[in-house]
Design a protein around this ligand. Structure first.
Ligand SMILES: Nc1ncnc2c1ncn2[C@@H]1O[C@H](COP(=O)(O)OP(=O)(O)OP(=O)(O)O)[C@@H](O)[C@H]1O
Length: 258
């Protein structure tokens, strides 16, 4: 499934937060959204996952305006890992992940063996199967994040929207989750702060600045020394890593100059 955002604008509290956003994610493409704090990444993703209606512009999935979809249809096709995944009650880890199956069920349908298998596979993929019976509330921040990701996988949606998915995760689990997402070969749109991870995993990157798309293209096209100086205000050395062949960005803070 492909995603198209056309001419999207959004004001909040009288401020222009997003202006004329145009974005295209091809089927099975992993698109990264990067940009400084407050540049509008989460607001844009919320507009894409129908959480915040744009004032202007459209969001289409496979050519259909998702604001014409029901919540259930949206959940069947789009799974979201956001920074606001709070839980009102104390569910077990397994119960949390099984919630991902609800878009596929009718009201009052119970979970069946197939649902259990899908949930267990997802928990195993994020390395959390042994935590199945634990209370979700008792988990650490990173463990919770991995369970939320397992819930999104359990949804078996065609499009995955990730708002800082590796927030809270140690380096091993950051790589584990991004490897997993890449392996799934789904259509993915994700906001990432770590530019080296964005360069390593994304097919295409959009750079947001003050609510506008400043640049887009392959990591090589976009993540240049000039762009990082202008948009992020940091000096960098950017080169192709001899082993990974991906971009490797080294940050040069003032204290590092010899
Ligand atoms: N309800 C609101 N009313 C007014 N301004 C808002 C509201 N919600 C968000 N904003 C502002 O919109 C801007 C964009 O916020 P957003 O959370 O989309 O940025 P972001 O790029 O995801 O930032 P970060 O990297 O810090 O997570 C920020 O300046 C924020 O303060």
């Amino acid at each position: 499934m492909h995603v198209k955002v056309e001419d999207l604008s959004k004001d909040l509290s009288g401020e222009k937060i997003l202006q004329n956003i145009n974005l295209h994610v091809d089927t099975n493409e992993f698109v990264g959204i990067v940009g400084p704090n407050g540049s509008g990444k989460s607001t844009m993703l919320k507009s894409i996952y129908r959480h915040l209606k744009p004032d202007f512009g459209i969001v289409e999935v496979n050519g259909e305006n998702i604001y014409n979809w029901t919540a259930k249809k949206t959940a069947k096709h789009m799974a979201v890992v956001s920074q606001e995944s709070s839980v009102p009650f104390d569910f077990s880890v397994k119960e949390m992940v099984l919630m991902g199956r609800s878009p596929h069920k009718r009201f009052l349908d119970r979970d069946n063996i197939e649902d259990e298998k899908i949930a267990e596979k997802a928990l195993s993929e994020v390395g959390m199967l042994s935590f199945s019976r634990r209370s979700f509330a008792s988990l650490s921040g990173g463990e919770k994040q991995r369970v939320i990701i397992a819930r999104a996988l359990t949804q078996e949606a065609d499009v995955l929207v990730l708002d800082e998915p590796t927030n809270h995760l140690d380096i091993q689990h950051q790589l584990q989750i991004l490897d997993l997402v890449k392996r799934l070969k789904q259509t993915v749109i994700g906001a990432l702060h770590d530019l080296n991870l964005a360069a390593a995993y994304c097919d295409k990157i959009y750079v947001l600045n003050h609510g506008e798309i400043y640049a887009s293209g392959t990591p090589q096209d976009v993540l240049t020394t000039e762009l990082m100086r202008k948009i992020f205000g940091v000096e960098t050395v950017v080169m192709e890593h001899p082993i990974t062949k991906k971009l490797a960005i080294t940050y040069l803070s003032e204290g590092m100059h010899s």
